[in-house]
Design a binder for this molecule. Structure first.
Ligand SMILES: *Cc1c(COP(=O)(O)O)cnc(C)c1O
Length: 257
């Protein structure tokens, strides 16, 4: 099965590059969490990735997230019911990350599905989460998405407003702010993404130094296929990588997977 070998090799290569970038930045490879972004992956690839022991998965659209969570739940259950043929790497559970823009009317649907929302970018969205989360025992963990590029079309909070929004989140009982997320502008040379990552890191560090967001405010989610090594050098401890793991986007799948 050549495809499986490809996926395994690509995952190993990404992990190796993450480890080197971490060491260059004086950090331990195991301190960087790799979220595999599955938006262009086939269900087959997704199952293979889980069989390889991978547990952190990201989706950017609510519809596809819900669809995939359901399919993967079923896959995990079936696997755990089988007494033979278990792969030793097979995880007990997977953790889903919502990484894309979240509309307020989708909040109730998303909350039960995900471990971390990377993309909180307004007080109104936060208030919706606060209300919808009242029925859960644990606060919903979120990151504030920072617009580091000044591009109007990109979502995210302008740098000057990040601290204030985080302080507001911190007063909400059902929300726990865990850190910041940003996307760099798309550039040919990944080094050109560095200023955006450094800006986000500086905001993050200053907030932590002042205790904004509390003790658990310790996640910096930045870096994608094109620029994750630079992001790690700039302090990222979560990277969100799709194409480098799954290959370049294929033609859209039909619904029959
Ligand atoms: C698609 C996406 C990624 C991953 O992009 P790749 O270039 O495939 O690695 C990361 N973060 C967000 C928010 C995305 O939408």
């Amino acid at each position: 099965m050549p495809e499986k070998a490809d996926l395994k090799d690509r995952l190993a290569a990404v992990r190796e590059r993450i480890a080197s970038a971490a060491r260059r930045g004086g950090r331990r490879p195991e301190d960087i969490v790799l979220v595999a972004v599955t938006k262009y992956a086939s269900m087959d690839q997704l199952r293979q990735l889980i069989e390889l022991g991978h547990i952190d998965l990201g989706e950017s659209r609510v519809q596809q997230l819900a669809h995939r969570v359901a399919q993967i739940e079923e896959f995990l259950q079936r696997h755990h019911q089988l007494s033979t043929g278990r792969s030793p790497d097979f995880p007990e559970l997977v953790r889903w990350h919502m990484i894309g823009h979240l509309q307020r009317n989708k909040v109730r649907k998303v909350l039960p599905l995900v471990r971390l929302i990377h993309s909180v970018d307004s007080l109104r969205l936060a208030e919706e989460i606060q209300n919808a989360a009242a029925k859960y025992e644990e606060p919903v963990e979120v990151l504030v998405q920072v617009n580091t590029t000044g591009e109007k079309t990109k979502s995210g909070v302008v740098p000057a407003a990040v601290r204030h929004l985080t302080e507001q989140l911190d007063t909400m009982l059902n929300i726990r702010p865990r850190g910041l997320m940003c996307m760099a502008p798309f550039v040919e040379d990944p080094q050109d993404a560095r200023p955006a990552f450094e800006l986000c890191r500086d905001i993050f560090n200053e907030m932590r130094a002042r205790g904004v967001g509390g003790e658990k405010f310790n996640i910096l989610s930045m870096g994608m296929t094109n620029d994750f090594e630079v992001a790690i050098e700039c302090g990222a401890n979560i990277v969100r990588v799709g194409a480098a793991i799954f290959g370049p986007p294929a033609a859209p799948e039909n619904a029959a997977d």
